[in-house]
Unconditional design. Sequence first.
Lengths: 213, 331
Amino acid sequence: MPRAIGREDLERMLRSAARQVLEGRAELSRLDSFGGDGDHGTTMARAMQSVLAALDAAPAAGVNDLLRSAGWAIMGCDGGAAGPLFGSFFLACAEGAAGETLDAAALARACEAGLAGVKKNTRARLGDKTLLDALEPAVSALRAAADSGTEVLAALERAAGAAAEGARASARLRARFGRAKNLGERSVGQPDPGAASVALIFRGFLLGGQSDG
Amino acid sequence: MNKFLNDPAHLVPELLEGFALAHAGTVRLTGSRLVTRARGKPADKVALVTLGGSGHEPALSGYVGEGMLDVSVPGEIFAAPGPPRVLEALRLANRPAGVLLVVLNHEGDVLSSNVALELAQKEGLKVRSVLTREDISAGTRADPAERRGLVGCLLVFKMAGAAAEAGRSLEQCLEVAEGVERNMATLAVAVSPATHPATGQPISTLAAGEMVIGMGQHGEAGGGSRRLLSADETADIMVEALVQDLGLASGEEALALVNGAGATTLMEQYIVLRRVRRSLEERGIRLARALAGSFLTVQEMGGFQLCLCRMNRERLALWDAPCHTPALSIR
């Protein structure tokens, strides 16, 4: 892995993220069965299959084209709320991704733009037991690592760790958004499935980044 | 799971294929699984479009047809369609008279619509939208964001659809839709869970002899469960809550819609409806129009939704206007 993520690296990372989600689909659906209708894994698997199909169909020119194509694929998968939320993350990442390659600082900028894109589409905020409880810590970790001069792969490792920790910690939260909010106090005890998906995606990014293709 | 299914991944295209066959004279499939009228209506009349997850048959595509919807965008099972297909539907329906998009307040539907509406506006399409959120089990009039869109959407399709058919402008159709939306309220009760047809898992848990008032359209857990009550006791509780919410007063008149969730029989729905009338009359409220049936289901969920709508002369005329769709016909 070079000091910056190129087009091929990013494609490998996206494919790896898709693989993580596809492998985790049963667990994601199980987590969703506590407060939702138990199909988050099915939905996310469909979204990631769309991403893989889009990557297979059209070779993207640059890193931002890759992110845009992934975002549109997710948006188009008829994925309830998850589709537009995860889709808007990748689409907004694409807007924030300048240049041919992404070093730690550029990756942090792109992901910050992605996070802002998600927040534009939901009234949920940190602590509401949604995907933001993994995404926001991951992006903050990425930013902190980039600001301290960490190279991109190590920065990604911290982001993946923060996402996993955020997803785990979301078990303690009380749902205030999505269908699970109707559970109130009874939503405490299980991680949020959207946050768990974010953790899988960042884990996939890291594993894809670490492998040399 | 005791369901006649094939590969769960093909559920939606397969059900739509059969739906289009069963109602070939009324609807057809076009583009990326959009449902449109078999015979379109003139471009000088406003078009109505809606979107929503599948698995709720006959909703929502069952209301495409003369006097109601022009296009529906069916999503995956219990999951909203993505913005690209909603945009495709808006382009398909776009016309000089304009398009009214009816959105049920569920996170996915709202997100997809917002993204699609933003893109449609950039393209110069003439589109307005109305959000239905009449479920009184969560949220209040003061904080309507929490209120979900339940079976009341069908009243909006019917009355705004009649206004469109009569040649009223987009602004006037929107006004009718918003008027219906403000004057309707729905409450749901569940007695047995539904199975998610793609995962095979129950989408809620309900013990025998229990019921939950306030359970959502997808079996989302709602208010607390309680001992199963009789039809009359249940109807009385629901009427009281709905009348309170709407502020219906003695001397007013209302439409009542009893919507079976899937497993609750028409027999039970009729028994409930008869008590609804009595309960309204005890409060001096006249039952102006009534209907019972499975209009928006959740697979084999047991339970029903009761929707009341305050009626006036204009809404009565719009309700009585003819319509012919796969799931509702008025002559």
